[in-house]
Design a protein around this ligand. Structure first.
Ligand SMILES: Cc1cc2nc3c(=O)[nH]c(=O)nc-3n(C[C@H](O)[C@H](O)[C@H](O)COP(=O)(O)OP(=O)(O)OC[C@H]3O[C@@H](n4cnc5c(N)ncnc54)[C@H](O)[C@@H]3O)c2cc1C
Length: 383
């Protein structure tokens, strides 16, 4: 028996039928839940997990189709307490993250100082596989009963007697809205949270390098100050090494490429060049750029809405506390949903303790008072 190829009309009928039914399905999807969590980073994952564990009817929407790589690898030892409270510690430990036994810094002097985590009561820190970190949090939330939608980009938000979301996969309704969309901060952009108060607007140039010898096992975090900013480097669980330089946008050179500039900056550092040389890392060729603006919104929460993690406040990457803060603020958000506790006051405390830390860090580097980068930081901390 021979099969006749479908005619053009038949093919189009088939195609249009498929498209129609897909749209129809999408239009028909309307999901209701008590709490809608937007964003599946550490803030969203931790919020959804804890709410689901408390028996709450919760839905999480993440625009990416699968958890992907992100900058932000270092997790401090103190994060352990929060992961244990979420009953996520065991899963976390089995996810292939690299133990990090300390921080080597050249800050305030070119002499390296090592802060070993040996004496830390919480043990060592971690260099994260970010995709796994976020993926396992979302899987744990799902196991606890949360409905997780990947590939669900929130496109419009309406509030009447409840929240109504339009997304790329359908419509969602809920009583509470937790905005965990990181620096996108889609709810705050609607003007609900007042103005964004920037502390500093700077950027990170970063590259990811592969050692030719594959001999690098040094999972400590390296941090070095430089007249134009500061550099950090960390080995990732994949075996690749990230090197990032944080500087002010207006200090970027116009005459040479960012790759050449980053190479030059690294060579002027004290410890990182030796590390790169010892493990035969190649010259920097490809450099990425990402915003590292830090600051906060005036209001972290309002009537049935909460800004969690970076959506509400962004820390300087120097703190290494971005993901931990996201998890800590998630716990406070859950307390507001379940018990009506004062989220604004809890976040004010978090922000104030960050400001004290920020002040201490930048006042510890006084070698280049006239360099614009350091002059600006000193102005911030001294006013
Ligand atoms: C250069 C640099 C280095 C850093 N280094 C560190 C570090 O070493 N350690 C550390 O702890 N922190 C670090 N951070 C900060 C850290 O990455 C963030 O603080 C942390 O990721 C915040 O988590 P979050 O869940 O609030 O936001 P995010 O991790 O940004 O997650 C937000 C999620 O929301 C999703 N989303 C966005 N818009 C939508 C939408 N419309 N619909 C649905 N989903 C959406 C995104 O896809 C994303 O998955 C660094 C930051 C920078 C810039």
């Amino acid at each position: 028996m021979t099969h006749k190829a479908p005619s053009f009309a038949e093919r189009n009928l088939f195609f249009s039928d498929r498209v129609w039914s897909w749209f129809h399905l999408v239009e028909l999807r309307l999901v209701s839940a008590n709490v809608l969590v937007l964003g599946g980073g550490p803030a969203g994952g931790a919020s959804a997990l804890e709410l689901a564990q408390a028996g709450c009817d919760v839905v999480l929407l993440e625009r990416q189709t699968t958890p992907g790589w992100k900058v932000g690898e270092t997790l401090p030892p103190e994060a352990r307490v929060h992961l244990q409270r979420l009953k996520h510690w065991e899963r976390f430990q089995n996810s292939g993250h690299l133990p990090c036994y300390g921080i080597v810094s050249c800050w305030g002097s070119s002499i390296p100082v090592e802060r070993d985590f040996l004496m830390n009561p919480y043990g060592h820190g971690w260099q994260l596989d970010r995709a796994k970190f976020e993926g396992t949090l979302l899987q744990a939330a799902r196991d606890a009963g949360c409905q997780v939608f990947y590939g669900a980009e929130v496109q419009a938000i309406h509030q009447s007697h409840e929240w109504h979301l339009e997304t790329s996969v359908g419509e969602f309704r809920g009583s509470w809205l937790l905005d965990c969309t990181g620096s996108k901060g889609i709810l705050a952009k609607k003007g609900l949270a007042g103005s964004f108060e920037p502390l500093q607007d700077y950027i990170s140039l970063y590259c990811v390098l592969s050692s030719a010898t594959r001999t690098d096992r040094d999972a400590r975090t390296y941090v070095e100050s430089h007249p134009m900013g500061w550099v950090y480097s960390a080995l990732m669980p994949s075996g690749l090494r990230i090197i990032a330089f944080l500087t002010d946008r207006d200090l970027l050179p116009r005459s040479i490429s960012t790759a050449e500039w980053l190479q030059q900056i690294i060579e002027e550092c004290s410890q990182i060049p030796r590390l790169l040389q010892d493990h035969a890392y190649p010259q920097i060729e490809k450099v990425h750029q990402i915003s590292a603006v830090s600051g906060r919104y005036q209001n972290f929460a309002g009537s049935h809405w909460i800004l969690v993690g970076d959506a509400g406040m962004r820390f300087d990457p120097l703190s290494g506390w971005g993901s931990t803060k996201a998890i800590v603020s998630a716990a406070a958000a859950v307390q507001m949903v379940l018990k009506g506790s004062n989220y604004q006051a809890n976040c004010e405390k978090l922000w104030n303790s960050y400001l004290r830390q920020y002040r201490d860090y930048y006042l510890a580097e006084l070698r280049w008072p006239d360099s614009p980068f350091w002059y600006r930081r000193h102005q911030i901390v001294l006013t």
